[in-house]
Design a protein around this ligand. Structure first.
Ligand code: 5GP
Length: 375
């Protein structure tokens, strides 16, 4: 049998140990266990909190570069066309939660919104790498300096060099902005982006509910492990992370904060709310039950909303001029069941979070990660 070497590689890609093994295969595999939200539960702990009304579900955010402080609960609606909207933003702000507006609003519409609403703290304006995006954001930051200075540079793959270049450029040109950038899933990029000028790194690849990157490219990382590694790195150098994607239940939000996320971004979770953009579709299903009067099978009506990934062919056709030949669709269109209102969903999130904090003995949102132990 041939002799092979098993490389132990740390999170920066350095070979820290080289073990000789006998195997009939050779591959470069990280040996550590990688976890997702569904793989863990949280240990309840003795607590001095008697009621969930006693916990503080907001925290004061202080950033590495941006001199502003913001008090909020770090829940963010994703900058997707259906949930990163003005309508959703208004509801999020009411709870001191955040909304990352999608990239496809016209400059004038953005200006109208930020001048008519108090968007200073709770709204992010999104940009990609396109010159038009830069021109739009530059105009708003320059001509309306006291309105909205939270910017999100959003590129599915932040590992490409142009992302870091843009972070450096934005920080040089607008030193006081709150700058979030993504997406990353490993320590080395988180560190690089923060040291280049990002306050928050958006973390998650392949975990989104409307995302098919893992199927199309094989690339991705389980979300909980992403948070562990990226938060640890970011916090060590004064930065923060936003966990992006994969939240199915309110408990996943708790786990994300517990693992170290400072912010938690969600798309699919809000997509079924009536306030999210998108038509409502009614579908009829024939059930097994018989109507006693007519003797016929009962037909049940269910209502859905259309939700689509921003890298899907559907999105490319809707917001750009179709899918370029060099790209493959990395998103899908899904129909999500119509849910409660955003206000009700947010109330449920805050209720879940309060209960979680009571279970683990965390009096303040800021203490959640140090009070969390996972099974
Ligand atoms: P969700 O909360 O729906 O699980 O995840 C939301 C996140 O999915 C977004 O913030 C974004 O990072 C990611 N996402 C949105 N659309 C797409 C897409 O078309 N492809 C991929 N790969 N990710 C997407």
């Amino acid at each position: 049998m041939p002799v092979f070497y098993l490389l132990h590689i740390d999170s920066f890609g350095n070979n820290i140990n080289c073990k000789m093994i006998k195997k009939d295969w050779y591959m470069k595999i990280y040996e550590q266990t990688e976890l997702d939200f569904k793989d863990v539960l949280v240990k309840p702990k003795r607590s001095f909190i008697n009621s969930r009304s006693e916990v503080e579900i907001t925290r004061e955010y202080k950033f590495k570069w941006c001199p502003r402080k913001i008090i909020g609960t770090g829940i963010i609606s994703a900058n997707m066309a259906t949930v990163g909207t003005f309508e959703v933003a208004k509801h999020m702000m009411q709870n001191k939660m955040f909304c990352c507006l999608h990239k496809h609003y016209a400059t004038d519409d953005l200006i109208k919104f930020i001048t008519e609403n108090d968007c200073r703290d709770y709204v992010f304006l999104s940009m990609g790498l396109r010159d038009e995006d830069y021109a739009k954001i530059e105009k708003i930051l320059t001509e309306y300096p006291d309105k909205c200075r939270n910017i999100c540079i959003d590129v599915p793959n932040a590992y490409i060099p142009r992302v870091k270049e843009l972070v450096i450029k934005m920080r040089e040109k607008f030193p006081d902005i709150l700058l979030m950038v993504g997406n990353a899933v490993t320590a080395e990029l988180v560190e690089d982006l923060i040291l280049s000028g990002a306050d928050i790194v958006k973390c998650g690849i392949g975990s989104g509910s409307a995302c098919i990157t893992r199927r199309i490219t094989g690339v991705g990382r389980p979300q909980l492990s992403t948070i562990f590694e990226c938060a640890d790195t970011a916090h060590g150098i004064g930065g923060m992370i936003c966990s992006d994607g994969g939240v199915v239940y309110i408990g996943d939000i708790c786990k994300a904060f517990g693992a170290g996320a400072d912010f938690v971004m969600m798309g699919g979770f809000y997509a079924g709310c009536p306030e999210a953009a998108g038509d409502i579709i009614e579908k009829r299903f024939i059930t097994d039950q018989i109507d006693e009067q007519t003797g016929e099978r009962i037909v049940e009506t269910k209502r859905f909303k259309v939700f689509y990934g921003m890298s899907s062919e559907y999105a490319q056709n809707k917001h750009y001029h179709g899918m370029p030949k060099y790209r493959a669709s990395e998103g899908r269109v899904v129909q999500v069941p119509l849910k409660d209102s955003i206000d009700k969903m947010n109330q449920d999130i805050l209720g879940g979070l309060r209960s979680y904090m009571t279970y683990i003995g965390a009096r303040r949102l800021k203490d959640v990660s140090k009070c969390t132990t996972f099974y």
